[in-house]
Design a protein around this ligand. Structure first.
Ligand code: GRF
Length: 190
């Protein structure tokens, strides 16, 4: 039976968060279905993950469009066609504009590998590791026009002490996969 809540995931890269969400849906740990991957990078590994779960992919290259508004208009049309309730950004390396926000503001969630508002932007795990702070973490938040700046939903702390950078990365990604599912569960219609 089709599930009530339809999710689109936007991703540009590896896709471990995509897979964590798709798996949680497939295993009925979330009352939702991932019905679309939106990907701006045809070489991204996340596309192979989507194929494994038989999830349709909208692949596009921003350079083939005259403007961000142009490709976002095409994306909005697709989101409507798929009756999307919730959009998850998971390593989507672009800011969204008014075209998407006018239709879906309050329904777009992002995950970021730091305790926001600290370490916004790229290489957040590395910058936290090198900064000397003892604790970093993971944040889920609503998306607005600013970089990692929307209203915070949930956070998990991840200790930095006594670990290498690679160990910290693993801890962060494990925490991300757990936190994204917990956050999504709050917004699904049961
Ligand atoms: C994650 O660290 C996420 O917090 C950030 O981009 C990374 C994506 O990882 N926004 P993956 O592609 O889901 O493995």
């Amino acid at each position: 039976m089709p599930k009530t809540n339809k999710i689109a995931i936007f991703a540009s890269g590896n896709g471990s968060n995509f897979e964590a969400i798709a798996r949680a849906c497939a295993e009925n740990r979330l009352n939702a279905e991932v019905v679309l991957l939106v990907c701006d990078n045809p070489k991204a590994f996340v596309i192979q993950r989507a194929e494994k779960f038989n999830i349709p992919v909208f692949e596009f290259q921003p350079k083939n469009y005259a403007s961000k508004a142009d490709y976002e208009m095409e994306i909005v049309q697709l989101l409507k066609k798929y009756n999307i309730d919730l959009i998850c950004l998971a390593g989507y390396m672009r800011l969204v504009s008014d075209v998407l926000l006018d239709e879906y503001e309050g329904k777009i969630i992002n995950i970021h590998p730091s305790l926001l508002p600290d370490f916004k932007g790229l290489n957040a795990i590395q910058r936290a590791f090198e900064s000397g702070v003892k604790v970093t973490g993971v944040t889920t938040h609503f998306v607005d026009k600013t970089l990692d700046g929307g209203k915070i939903i949930d956070q998990i702390e991840v200790p930095i002490e006594n670990c290498t950078f690679e160990e910290l990365e693993t801890r962060i990604h494990t925490a991300e996969h757990e936190l994204y599912i917990k956050t999504l569960a709050k917004f699904l219609i049961i």
